[in-house]
Design a binder for this molecule. Structure first.
Ligand code: HMG
Ligand code: MG
Length: 308
């Protein structure tokens, strides 16, 4: 079977935010900076470096301003932070951030649990953020969570995903990431959902974001590449989950994504050895084995003398 994929895929590395926000062990600012710098060195040009949310809600992301104060930024790399409201946006600007991401959900219950407000209220909070960002010449990325299912409501209607994604685009988000927050999706459903959203806004403005809870993340990405997407979120070493989505296991591992893209002859500009090294570093900090299948396979190969 042969597919017509994009020649180049941009990977949005979300490990330092979506990954570390869900770790029981709070990673120090120094190690967060070291991780982000390794990821940038590996060629990842879009990195979500933290968030300016309530530290009472997500204590792991406290210190994001210090991360930015210490970070040696590479030119050509964009370092994004998540903000839920105007207060987070102002803090991000004060820290020298140049790109932010706003986030809501296709499910009402998840929006309530994650941001203590309805979907409509969350979108209303983004309006002043988008206006202020536009006035400051900053880009805003948008996220829709629970696009293939919700931990509190179960099935989520594709029409709800289309509605929220197009409203984020209308607010001025240059890109909207469609998140399978609990990793419940399978390839056919993922492709159908993406295709439905792309019926109402340009495919070029869409990204996909899969968690690997049921081992479907790479298969879902492949199905979405086949449908024409060219931006994919992933997290080094498969870090992450979401603190407000019980059962959301790690994100798709960046190492495994790059391995598949390389195999398909799709350019990403990412050096796979550099990402494996960054994954080994953060896994060491967290005191566990890497969460990427490729990194684990390489460890075994090294032990028994194989070359992969
Ligand atoms: P709230 O309690 O309703 O907020 O939380 P509030 O406006 O009533 O304010 C209460 C307190 O929070 C006040 O402080 C505010 O100053 C403070 P106090 O006077 O009590 O000392 N506050 C803030 N502090 C720091 N930064 C801010 C901020 N805003 C208010 N920006 C709020 C509402 C939205 C703030 C809260 O619910 C929150 O921070 N939620 C964030 C949760 C979060 O980060 N979740 C994870 C990210 S989403 C995700 O992972 C999914 C995604 O990856 C996609 C996918 O995987 O599918 C994107
Ligand atoms: Mg996520």
């Amino acid at each position: 079977m042969s597919y017509q994929f994009a020649e180049r895929v941009r990977i949005v590395e979300v490990g330092p935010r979506d990954g570390l926000q869900n770790e029981a062990h709070t990673v120090s600012v120094k190690d967060r900076v070291a991780l982000i710098e390794r990821l940038a060195m590996a060629g990842l040009s879009s990195i979500e470096a933290g968030s300016f949310v309530s530290p009472r809600w997500v204590p792991q992301m406290a210190g994001t301003a210090e991360v930015f104060a210490r970070l040696q930024r590479r030119s050509g790399t964009s370092y994004t932070v998540l903000v839920p409201n105007r207060q987070g946006f102002e803090a991000a600007v004060a820290a020298g951030v140049r790109e932010v991401a706003v986030f809501t959900s296709a499910s009402e219950s998840f929006a309530q649990r994650n941001t203590n407000c309805s979907i409509t209220k969350s979108l209303a909070r983004f309006e002043p953020v988008c206006d202020a960002a536009s006035a400051a010449g900053m880009r805003v990325r948008g996220y829709v969570s629970c696009v293939l299912g919700c931990p509190y409501e179960g099935a989520v209607a594709v029409a709800a995903v289309v509605e929220v994604a197009t409203r984020l685009a209308a607010l001025g988000c240059y890109e909207v990431s469609l998140g399978d927050t609990i990793g419940i999706g399978t390839p056919g459903k993922a492709q159908a959902m993406l295709t439905a959203v792309a019926g109402s806004m340009p495919m070029e403005q869409l990204a996909v974001h899969f968690h690997d809870t049921c081992g479907q993340a790479l298969a879902n990405v492949l199905a979405c590449l086949e449908a024409g997407v060219s931006v994919v979120d992933s997290a080094v070493s498969g870090l992450g989950g979401c603190p407000y989505a019980v059962g959301a296991s790690g994100n798709l591992a960046t190492e495994d994504l790059v391995y598949m893209l390389n195999g398909l002859g799709i350019e990403s500009g990412v050096d796979i050895d550099g990402v494996v090294e960054a994954g080994t570093f953060i896994s060491g900090v967290l005191g566990r084995l890497p969460g990427s299948k490729l990194a684990l396979a390489r460890r075994v190969d090294a032990r028994i003398g194989l070359v992969r």
